[in-house]
Write a protein that binds this ligand. Structure first.
Ligand SMILES: Nc1ncnc2c1ncn2[C@@H]1O[C@H](COP(=O)(O)OP(=O)(O)OP(=O)(O)O)[C@@H](O)[C@H]1O
Length: 297
């Protein structure tokens, strides 16, 4: 069975002379959480709007759940999607429950599930409070509940954790995990890159409308070309190749491409020779900075 929920095939979206999304290819699979990173204006929101069918591609095609949606979505496809926009405008005089009921009616989902949904995002006790009296975190939780209506198979979240406290972020990623386990696909854009480590299965980096990197942490490390640093404290004097530099008493360090790491470790010989070993891989922020330095786009 094809587990690709979404396929973007050479998708470009042009406004006048500017290409907000430029020849992007992307496939998202069932049960996958993909982080979408990029500076302001990189094309992240435009990509989400294209997937949602709010705008149409200037060229290229988009396939969602096996259906070509480049010229519009069917109602059946729309029901399988959930969207949390970057800025959520909720009516301040409605209560949390009334707000969710309103969106459920729009989406045609069963209102009977709404209380459980409010419980799931942790605001059931404030269900009858006016949204105008909610904190920013509570409003974001309510907006997330709205996006979860009807158990969507594809969830698009535009900077969902901005302004959330650590406990709310944790709850948020817990819900994403549950969705993934049920086979849903999550595409999440963020500026808080470090947060994606451990939560996103893959990260896509956008620059000036182009996709400049795509992969899991290990693949991004290889794509970035940044070195891995290995520091070894040995138990006794050992002859090592000259790319190992002395950095202390019986302490050696070397830098190499990620793909050479295992070969370098083998050079240390038996593990009995090694008292301590530290392997430093670049952080996601360092890799991201490296991708954005590239001048080819
Ligand atoms: N409707 C529009 N008309 C003209 N230009 C647009 C339109 N929408 C987006 N753009 C341009 O397309 C580029 C990409 O914008 P987009 O909103 O997709 O970026 P983004 O990565 O989501 O940025 P941010 O992180 O600031 O939300 C920007 O240069 C923007 O000015």
């Amino acid at each position: 069975m094809n587990n690709q929920h979404l396929i973007l095939n050479n998708v470009t979206k042009q406004y006048g002379t500017q290409k907000a999304v430029n020849d992007v290819n992307l496939a998202l699979h069932a049960g996958e959480c993909v982080g979408l990173a990029g500076h302001n204006g990189a094309g992240k929101s435009t990509m989400m709007k294209l997937i949602l069918g709010l705008i149409r591609p200037s060229s290229g095609s988009i396939t969602l759940f096996g259906e070509d949606i480049s010229r519009g979505h069917s109602a059946a496809i729309r029901c399988q999607m959930g969207y949390l926009p970057e800025t959520v405008a909720l009516h301040p005089s409605l209560t949390g429950k009334e707000t969710l009921d309103f969106y459920a009616k729009l989406k045609g989902t069963d209102l009977a599930h709404n209380h459980a949904l409010l419980e799931r995002v942790g605001i059931a006790q404030s269900a009858h409070k006016r949204v105008g009296a909610y904190s920013k975190g509570m409003r974001q939780r309510l907006a997330l509940a709205q996006a979860l209506l009807g158990e969507p198979k594809l969830l698009l979240l535009d900077e969902p954790t901005t302004g959330l406290d650590p406990a709310s972020r944790q709850m948020f990623y817990q819900i994403i995990n549950e969705l993934k386990q049920r086979g849903a696909t999550v595409l999440l854009s963020t500026h808080a890159l470090a947060e994606l480590d451990g939560h996103a299965d893959r990260i896509v980096v956008m620059k000036n409308g182009h996709k400049v990197a795509d992969g899991n942490m290990h693949e991004l490390h290889i794509q970035s070309g940044l070195p891995t640093k290995i520091v070894a404290q040995l138990t006794h004097e050992t002859a090592l190749p000259e790319h190992w530099q002395v950095s202390g008493c019986l302490k050696y360090e070397t830098q190499c491409a990620e793909t050479e790491k295992m070969a370098r470790l083998h050079e240390l010989g038996s593990l009995d020779n090694v008292a301590q070993l530290d392997i430093h891989t670049p952080t996601l922020d360092e890799m991201y900075a490296e991708f954005l330095k590239r001048e080819d786009v």
